[in-house]
Design a protein around this ligand. Sequence first.
Ligand SMILES: Cc1cc2nc3c(=O)[nH]c(=O)nc-3n(C[C@H](O)[C@H](O)[C@H](O)COP(=O)(O)OP(=O)(O)OC[C@H]3O[C@@H](n4cnc5c(N)ncnc54)[C@H](O)[C@@H]3O)c2cc1C
Length: 413
Amino acid sequence: MSTTAEPQTTSTFSLELSDDQRDIRDWVHGFAENVVRPAAAEWDEREETPWPVIQEAAKIGLYGFEAIAQFWADETGLTMPIVNEELFWGDAGIGMAIMGTTLAVAGIYSSGTPDQLLEWVPQCYGTEAEPKVGAFCVSEPDAGSDVSSLRTRAKYDEAKDEWVLNGQKAWATNGGIASVHVIVASVDPELGSRGQAAFVIPEGTSGLEMGTKVKKHGLRASHTADVFLDDCRIPGSCLLGGKEKLDERLARAREGTRAKRQAAMQTFEVSRPTVGSQALGIARAAYEFALDYSKERVQFGKAIIENQAIAFALADMKMEIDAARLLVWRASWMGRQGKQFTAAEGSMSKLKAGEVAVWATERAIQILGGNGYTREYPVERMHRDAKIYTIFEGTSEIQRLVIARAISGVQIR
Ligand SMILES: Cc1cc2nc3c(=O)[nH]c(=O)nc-3n(C[C@H](O)[C@H](O)[C@H](O)COP(=O)(O)OP(=O)(O)OC[C@H]3O[C@@H](n4cnc5c(N)ncnc54)[C@H](O)[C@@H]3O)c2cc1C
């Protein structure tokens, strides 16, 4: 998460982690191993937000404003992907229940003023005693990949200095249970995505209702639901970035100035590697489980790993996971340095990591045979969890579109 206006850092790229990064990695790994993993199957079956686990994360300082600020402060950009990989190695459903709030935080960070950031981000997390979650709502029933066609409207009531929002949001992580909802709405439909703005909806605002809670294939410990906005009135100050900036931006869009589109693309490219690192955590968990299993499972009088078919599959899994991590780390470092993503390197990292996670978890099931297909073993859950990474935060097809356009300069459709 970053804004393009932010001062650039000048850290050189290195694969050698610092002492701080190693400490944070080991600390998160310990939490993932001792708290998240043992709870994973239960919350997957319950399909509920694992509040006690979120509270544990808040207690040790892994969930909250300070934690996210600390991870983000690392000038190399590698701490965020490292933290996410370890947490999602523990379990992706619980990982998303903990990290889903960062979607709202990223939305506030990329569009809001510093004052808005300080006001709203702590409210997204709540307190250690009473943790809360945030939601970032862009998608709608008729606007998924095509975010330029959002129908949710925000109209300004000048007399009251209030915004009035109407519409339906779909698939929102933490939708309806969040303390803070960040809603992307159209203020000028004729301008498509350039006529959109982001708003925060404070807790308890009337007119915001949770719709159907979605029953999902995977990531079942993470709450997903529709959100309805019915004459939802919020103070003028809830427009992220402020009215003056919005008016300037709309005026530029009407004149046809294209500069801002580049800025939006840069913001997406910066957040995608973090999503990729989550997929990486799932892939690594499945690979490690399958490796251990293959050394213990005996058929035809020898461990199954002694067959090249199994050993080579594991070799390929390890290689693909490491390749994906290199792309994730490169893009994370580039984003933190404010480098231009000339070949959509952020999209590349998310695409590769998501597809590796789906493939590697399927391979893991194959290596476990019948056991892999049962809920007695975790790899079937990992496979279900992995699949979302080729769908949300831009589908694999959309990532390919972004990369193809970036490398060719052609408006490929
Ligand atoms: C568990 C979960 C959590 C989510 N969390 C959030 C959230 O917190 N906030 C939020 O705003 N959204 C969220 N989403 C929504 C998610 O981002 C969308 O599902 C995603 O962007 C895809 O949109 P869609 O489902 O409408 O698919 P569609 O856009 O209808 O796509 C259907 C298929 O068509 C393909 N396609 C579409 N256009 C093109 C094209 N131009 N070229 C080639 N292929 C194309 C797609 O790749 C896909 O294969 C979540 C979704 C899920 C399932």
